[in-house]
Design a protein around this ligand. Structure first.
Ligand code: SF4
Length: 148
């Protein structure tokens, strides 16, 4: 499977549905490889972390913006398979998922099984650590209101 092509097609399919879900029912999931592991003070909860907003990496701004936008929550996942646990625990109406193309494709499939509208935002640099993303467009996406 071409994971990039798959995620682009699914984004086209689900974007409108994603936007129809109010922000307070949306959840954002980001990968742990974005953390600055030398500085990170995120609290660990089994399969995920919650950002302490220490300012050590881009997740800080993402977390703050998600809160301001009224999001249900942000979780830093240890792997794509933990999407299942997040969904069971928080029952989001929609998910904004940040990941590499491979993990993104797995996450989209998990959401499809549960009929949860999902929008995937790819990392600009992937890998096991010190990954990166284009921040401004993600922040704009977080601020998108429902009903558009
Ligand atoms: S901003 Fe959050 S995720 Fe990033 S290094 Fe600090 S506590 Fe960790």
């Amino acid at each position: 499977m071409n994971h990039k092509k798959f995620t682009i097609e699914k984004n086209k399919k689900y974007f409108e549905k994603f936007l129809q879900i109010p922000a307070n029912k949306r959840m954002i999931l980001v990968p742990q490889c974005l953390r600055n592991i030398k500085k990170c003070r995120a609290k660990e909860f089994g399969s995920y972390y919650i950002c302490a907003e220490c300012g050590g990496c881009k997740i800080c701004k993402i977390s703050q913006t998600a809160k301001t936008a009224g999001y249900l929550g942000l979780r830093i996942l240890k792997g794509g398979s933990t999407v299942k646990k997040m969904v069971a625990e928080l029952k989001p109406g929609a998910i904004l998922g940040v990941a590499c193309y491979f993990e993104g494709a797995q996450g989209i499939k998990e959401c499809e099984k549960r009929k949860i509208p999902v929008y995937f935002y790819p990392l600009s640099k992937d890998g096991c650590e010190n990954t990166d993303l284009e921040l401004n467009n993600l922040l704009k996406l977080l601020e998108e209101k429902n009903g558009k």
